[in-house]
Design a protein around this ligand. Structure first.
Ligand code: SAM
Length: 189
């Protein structure tokens, strides 16, 4: 999973540097321990980050990891499928790292119905050139159901403006984390 996270961060960085847009609005749909937030906080082009998690502990861990920053970060204790209550305008970059918080209660996990609602709403808010990243974990039972649901939902989205890419690591035996990249309009299809 470390590996996939590194790859995902690499693709996001490449996308942001190709795009060249500044003052980006970003969203972290699942703060967890704040590693992804830390990555977003290190991106120069990003100015505002909306961070969501349903667990108070995740918000605390993330706040502690980031500490002082020049960026405007909102720590929101609510489900990501309520995002429109907090984010008025467009989203340039959204990251959803699904599943449970490592080291915490494994029963607090992202759920298919709210995940799909959040994905649909986020795609609806993606700016021109904007990107959404969804990481799934087919290696465990609940994660595998969620992975299939996300994959089916995205493969059924026949929108000309969206490029939807799926990344997985091929040279391993066990099922490993997958990543979906949803890009709005930057590349002509
Ligand atoms: N991005 C995190 C990091 O870098 O440490 C890892 C995220 S962890 C795999 C998944 C997180 O999603 C957990 O902290 C869990 O509490 C959170 N979560 C579960 N359901 C959620 C929901 N409906 N809305 C927002 N967060 C949720």
């Amino acid at each position: 999973s470390r590996n996939m996270t590194k790859n995902v961060h690499f693709f996001i960085e490449s996308h942001l540097s190709q795009w060249g847009k500044e003052n980006l609005i970003a969203m972290d749909g699942t703060l967890g321990n704040g590693y992804d937030l830390e990555f977003l906080n290190n991106q120069k082009a990003i100015s505002t980050i909306y961070g969501f998690d349903i667990q108070a502990q995740a918000l605390e861990n993330s706040k502690t990891r980031i500490g002082e920053t020049e960026k405007c970060i909102y720590y929101i204790q609510d489900s990501h499928h309520h995002l429109e209550c907090y984010i008025e305008g467009e989203i340039d970059l959204a990251l959803f790292n699904l599943g449970y918080l490592p080291g915490a209660d494994k029963s607090i996990v992202t759920r298919v119905d709210t995940t799909l609602e959040a994905i649909e709403k986020t795609i609806g808010k993606l700016s021109n050139g904007g990107m959404m990243v969804v990481m799934t974990y087919p290696g465990h039972e609940e994660g595998s159901k969620e992975h299939e649901a996300v994959k089916d939902y995205l493969s059924g989205l026949h929108k000309k403006n969206l490029s939807i890419l799926q990344l997985n690591v091929n040279n391993v035996i066990k099922p490993c984390p997958n990543c979906f990249l949803i890009i709005n309009q930057l590349y002509k299809i």
